[in-house]
Design a protein around this ligand. Structure first.
Ligand SMILES: Cc1cc2nc3c(=O)[nH]c(=O)nc-3n(C[C@H](O)[C@H](O)[C@H](O)COP(=O)(O)O)c2cc1C
Length: 170
C-alpha cells in the first residue's frame, strides 16, 4: 500500500472475524517493528506473539479489549538497556517501545491486517502470568486480525483536530 493510504485507512478495529492472520503477514508485521529506530540503536524491545488458546486466555484475563483477535502482540522492553537522556530524568524505554509498536501497527495495515492498540490492561498481572523476565516492562498490546463483516471505524476515527490547533510556527 501507499504510505499515505496506510496512515489514512488504519483505524482501531474493535470487532474481528475470528480468523487467524497468515504466517507471511505476521512476519511482515514483525519485520516492520524490527526496522524501527531506537535511541542509540539500543533495540531494547521484546515482542511476544500470543496465538495459543492458553496465551489468549491470559490476555482475556487482563483486558476486555481483544475483540476476537486471534493474534495479540505484547510489546515489552528491557528497562536495563535504555538510554538515559542528559539531565538524568528521562530514558528511552517507553518511547522506543512506542515507536516499535507504531511500526507494528502501520506494518499490519500495510499487509491488510487490522489492529487495535491497547493500554487498558494491568501490565503487572500480565507480566507475571506470561512469565516475563524481571527486567522487562510491558508497554502495550496490539490486537491483530481481520475486521468482522459490518464493523469499521468508530465515529471518532474521522475526528482529528485541525492542524492550526496542534501546530505552531515559531
Ligand atoms: C495509546 C493508545 C491506547 C489505546 N488503548 C485502547 C484500549 O485499551 N482499548 C481500546 O479499545 N482502544 C484503545 N485505543 C484505541 C483508541 O481508542 C483509538 O485509537 C482512538 O479512539 C482513535 O480511533 P482510531 O484509531 O480508529 O483512529 C488506544 C489507542 C492508543 C493510541
Amino acid at each position: 500500500m501507499e504510505f499515505t493510504e496506510v496512515i489514512r485507512d488504519r483505524y482501531s478495529c474493535k470487532k474481528y472475524d475470528g480468523k487467524q492472520i497468515t504466517k507471511e503477514q505476521l512476519e511482515a508485521i514483525l519485520e516492520a517493528g524490527r526496522v524501527a529506530p531506537t535511541a542509540k540503536n539500543l533495540q531494547e524491545q521484546h515482542i511476544y506473539v500470543v496465538q495459543s488458546e492458553e496465551g489468549l486466555a491470559k490476555i482475556d484475563k487482563v483486558t476486555p479489549c481483544r475483540y476476537g483477535a486471534q493474534t495479540v502482540l505484547v510489546v515489552a522492553f528491557d528497562r536495563e538497556n535504555v538510554f538515559t537522556y542528559p539531565g538524568g530524568n528521562r530514558d528511552s524505554g517507553i518511547e522506543d517501545a512506542a515507536i516499535v509498536a507504531t511500526h507494528l501497527m502501520l506494518g499490519a495495515k500495510n499487509v491488510g491486517v487490522d489492529s487495535c492498540w491497547l493500554n487498558n490492561f494491568n501490565p503487572d498481572i500480565l507480566k507475571a502470568d506470561l512469565g516475563l523476565p524481571e527486567n522487562e516492562e510491558i508497554l502495550m498490546l496490539l490486537d491483530l486480525g481481520y475486521a468482522a463483516e459490518g464493523s469499521g471505524p468508530l465515529p471518532n476515527h474521522g475526528k482529528r483536530k485541525e492542524l492550526a490547533e496542534t501546530v505552531s510556527y515559531i
